[in-house]
Design a protein around this ligand. Structure first.
Ligand code: AMP
Length: 441
């Protein structure tokens, strides 16, 4: 029997795996510079946590959660998103007890049993931020800007920022009634799915992908922003002014409702036209009532989550199968004795810091059973900047040879001690033009 990864789940091998880490590093670097601390919550939670927070009528809870029944009727779920888990942790550990604000970020896998397609997976990765204790509109604008800045640092241009306000609970309830009333005459023209949404979760009808439904909404749905009270309206206007101050270009989108029960007031999404149907890269908004819903004290909050698979697709590394390794320094032993000598040098060489990059120098040891020619060919295939060559003559004279691969220059150094050799390796790495090595191959 052949085993395959489950549908909608995939292996990340070489370049995609490394890119995933790179993107997470970009996020954590940026989020830390904005004052966020990291949080890691369990991948599984009590399923009721999601039921209460996302809403039992949401698509995620009603049909997309992976759940496991445990003894005693307890149902646990693989997390479909991380905001609920973070709020649970904030409440459980009373993290807001002596604070005015708390800023947390996370990175990790989420699980949703959706129909797989390009950009939509059943296991996918998100990074996200959550700010607790702040209701002022400046933070809304800062969070939108942070999401946009993150995508920019990932190298994505052409990102469009959509913003909306969906009001507080009362304003939204009023709007829902009006919406259902306005769309009722067209009920028969809607798909079964949209009819169900209109009954169970009417706001969701606004972001239906069905074209007939979209047209009906465009022609007949009232705008949610016409139902905002004075306070919410002023808050939203200030958010937009602060976005201008921060240089974020945005489009107002009154169909952006985000479908989960916990959102209130500001909602936003960052989308890319290069992605096709699954165009959202990052989505978020306020969830001022969630802490209370989950049994905690009232606490205004706002955050976003960004999907890393879609970001990696746009960075062009996602489908790469390039598994070739490159090393900075290749060690060429001419005989068995030199091989052992170089082997004992290997761990120390790998502690040298690369002079230009935030990592250790990479080193690979050749095989004395291979000819000098084939060892050097391999060094070239690894795109090594420098090789160290050791044979019986060098050993007798307490020397080692260092060859610079782009120019072919070779020099002999005293060895041991090793310090001078290490400096020479660093110096060569600083000097070598990687283009030259590539063309020498
Ligand atoms: P959400 O938690 O639904 O607001 O999603 C936030 C971001 O996560 C989206 O903008 C997507 O980039 C990403 N995302 C959501 N669902 C999936 C999925 N099934 N596969 C891949 N990425 C996803």
């Amino acid at each position: 029997m052949d085993f395959h990864a489950l549908s909608g789940m995939r292996d990340y091998i070489g370049a995609p795996s490394e890119d995933l880490r790179t993107v997470i590093n970009i996020a954590s670097d940026l989020f830390q510079s904005a004052g966020f601390r990291e949080i890691e919550t369990p991948i599984m939670e009590d399923a009721r946590l999601f039921d209460r927070s996302l809403g039992s009528a949401s698509d995620i809870v009603s049909k997309e959660m992976y759940t496991v029944e445990q003894s005693g009727d307890r149902i646990i779920a693989l997390r479909p998103e991380n905001t609920a888990g973070v709020v649970r942790a904030v409440n459980q550990h009373s993290l807001m007890a002596n604070r005015n604000q708390l800023k947390l970020f996370y990175a990790g896998s989420m699980f949703r049993h959706e129909r797989p397609q390009s950009g939509r997976y059943r296991q996918f990765h998100q990074v996200g931020v959550e700010v607790f204790g702040r209701s002022d509109p400046v933070i809304d604008a800062e969070i939108v800007h942070l999401g946009a800045e993150f995508l920019e640092r990932c190298g994505l241009n052409d990102v469009v920022c959509l913003v909306n306000s969906i009001g507080n609970l009362e304003e939204r309830e009023q709007y829902k009634k009006e919406l259902v009333g306005a769309l009722d005459p067209y009920r028969e023209e809607l798909s079964d799915d949209d009819r169900r949404r209109l009954e169970e979760n009417p706001l969701r009808v606004l972001d239906s992908k069905d074209e007939t439904c979209q047209q009906i909404c465009e022609d007949h749905a009232p705008s949610i922003r016409d139902y905002l009270g004075n306070e919410t309206r002023q808050h939203f206007e200030s958010v937009l002014e602060y976005l201008d101050d921060l240089g974020v270009t945005y489009e107002l989108d009154d169909t952006l409702v985000r479908g989960l029960d916990y959102y209130s007031r500001t909602t936003f999404e960052l989308v890319s036209e290069d992605l096709g149907a699954q165009d959202a890269l990052c989505g978020g908004g306020r969830y001022d009532g969630l802490s209370e819903v989950l049994g905690g004290d009232p606490c205004p909050a706002i955050g976003f989550a960004a999907g890393l698979e879609r970001i990696m697709m746009l960075r062009d590394r996602f489908e790469s199968e390039d598994l070739d390794t490159s090393v900075d320094c290749y060690l060429v032993p001419f005989d068995e004795e030199s091989h052992r000598e170089l082997l004992s040098l290997l761990p120390e060489l790998r502690t040298i810091q690369h002079p230009q990059q935030q990592r250790s120098v990479s080193v690979e040891l050749g095989d004395p059973g291979d000819s000098l020619r084939s060892q050097l060919r391999r060094a070239n295939r690894y795109r090594s900047a420098v090789t160290l060559l050791l044979g019986s003559d060098e050993r007798e004279n307490n020397e080692i040879s260092l060859k610079r691969m782009d120019t072919g220059d070779q020099r002999t150094l005293d060895y041991p001690p090793a310090e001078k050799l290490f400096d020479q390796i660093k110096g060569t790495l600083l000097d070598v033009d990687p283009e030259e090595i590539a063309s020498a191959n």
